[in-house]
Design a protein around this ligand. Structure first.
Ligand SMILES: CC(=O)SCCNC(=O)CCNC(=O)[C@H](O)C(C)(C)COP(=O)(O)OP(=O)(O)OC[C@H]1O[C@@H](n2cnc3c(N)ncnc32)[C@H](O)[C@@H]1OP(=O)(O)O
Length: 159
């Protein structure tokens, strides 16, 4: 997804507002989840979003989102954001995050989604880490007991 940063999107320093950025990320990531599942999807959670570099007025923002792994009804989506200054030709990665979407039926009830099959080495690395990240976010959301987060515990070699 590509967007041009216009005056209405910026703060008084002429940088893209963080909330506007997150709005764009939510939409790009939701489209990826929707395409994967062919369902209506809702945002269930957003992992740490950091703002490395400001995105300037007039920059072209490119958002690239892909489903890394699906579980039952939920999908983890990884998203990269780049800011491009057209006259100078510079393009820098400014943001990265993981979103979780849940596919729902017309009544808003979670519904199963197809498996995501990784192909490239990068996709396999993201797929392999997804279970650990899922456990971390479910523990943080109070939806999983730390004792049950086996993948996460293995990372810290907690017996
Ligand atoms: C694109 C948008 O902006 S949509 C608007 C913003 N989002 C919303 O309004 C969503 C509001 N929330 C909801 O509707 C519900 O909480 C739902 C659909 C996300 C989950 O409903 P629940 O009744 O809790 O369903 P349930 O317990 O069966 O969980 C369903 C899935 O959601 C996942 N889930 C629920 N909460 C979280 C969370 N905080 N983080 C990650 N995953 C979560 C569960 O792990 C489960 O995944 P799985 O089926 O792959 O194992």
């Amino acid at each position: 997804m590509t967007e041009l940063v216009l005056p209405n999107d910026t703060n008084t320093l002429n940088n893209l507002m963080g909330g506007r950025m997150m709005h764009l990320m939510d939409i790009a990531a939701a489209i990826a989840a929707q395409k994967h599942s062919n369902r209506i999807v809702v945002t269930a959670s957003v992992d740490n979003v950091s703002f490395r570099d400001p995105i300037r007025l007039g920059n072209v923002v490119t958002l690239q989102a892909q489903v890394t792994r699906s579980f039952s009804s939920s999908m983890e989506v990884h998203i990269d954001v780049w800011a491009e200054d057209i006259p100078s030709g510079t393009k820098v990665k400014t943001n990265e995050a993981f979103f979780t979407f849940v596919a729902v039926d017309q009544s808003g009830r979670p519904i199963d989604v197809p498996e995501a099959v990784p192909e490239t080495a990068d996709e396999i690395a993201l797929y392999d880490g997804a279970l650990r990240r899922r456990q971390l976010r479910l523990v943080l959301a109070g939806r999983m007991k730390p004792i049950d987060a086996t993948e996460l515990r293995a990372l810290f070699e907690i017996a």
